[in-house]
Design a protein around this ligand. Structure first.
Ligand SMILES: [Zn+2]
Length: 171
């Protein structure tokens, strides 16, 4: 699936987790949860049938812009959570496709593993479609991700406005 959609789910995960507990224990648990949920959702979305609405260059730019916006609109006290959720949500692609992308887009010869680590990137379990078939299922999936993450961002505005309370609570 395009990285943009993975980034969206990473941001939405951070937004859902942010308001839960603020003690050091809770903070650590939220980082672990955010990272794991990121990897899990990445797997689910890659498994479901999907084509690629964005070419890789456009995809990377959209994803990068979204990452910057996520940090820009988030109080500094939650940056670690945002970073961890985002890291989990794109890690499978970084490991399995990072070297290929670095070579393709930047001409950097990064050595890659001889196999794909994550099963949803194997032909057998990947829902990736390149021949235009299953367009409806793919569109439904993409639109659902957009709708759900959009709704989450809308419902949890606290994290995305630099809120004054955040400064009070910061230690
Ligand atoms: Zn992937």
């Amino acid at each position: 699936m395009n990285i943009t959609f993975h980034v969206m789910t990473g941001v939405a995960t951070a937004v859902v987790l942010a308001p839960i507990g603020n003690s050091p224990k809770w903070k650590a648990a939220k980082l672990l949860a955010g990272f794991s949920v990121g990897i899990f959702l990445h797997g689910v979305f890659d498994y479901l049938p999907h084509w690629y609405p964005f070419a890789s260059g456009v995809d990377l730019m959209l994803a990068a812009a979204m990452v910057l916006a996520a940090f820009g609109f988030t109080d500094r006290s939650e940056w670690m959570l945002v970073a961890t959720c985002l890291f989990g949500s794109i890690l499978p692609d970084l490991i399995d496709f990072g070297p290929m992308m670095a070579d393709l887009l930047l001409g950097l010869p990064v050595p890659s593993l001889p196999f794909k680590v994550f099963p949803w990137h194997w032909e057998k379990y990947s829902g990736a479609i390149y021949d235009g078939s299953n367009a409806t299922a793919s569109a439904v999936l993409h639109i659902s991700i957009l709708a759900v993450t959009g709704l989450i961002l809308f419902l949890w505005p606290a994290l995305f406005k630099k809120n004054e309370d955040g400064h009070k609570n910061r230690k």
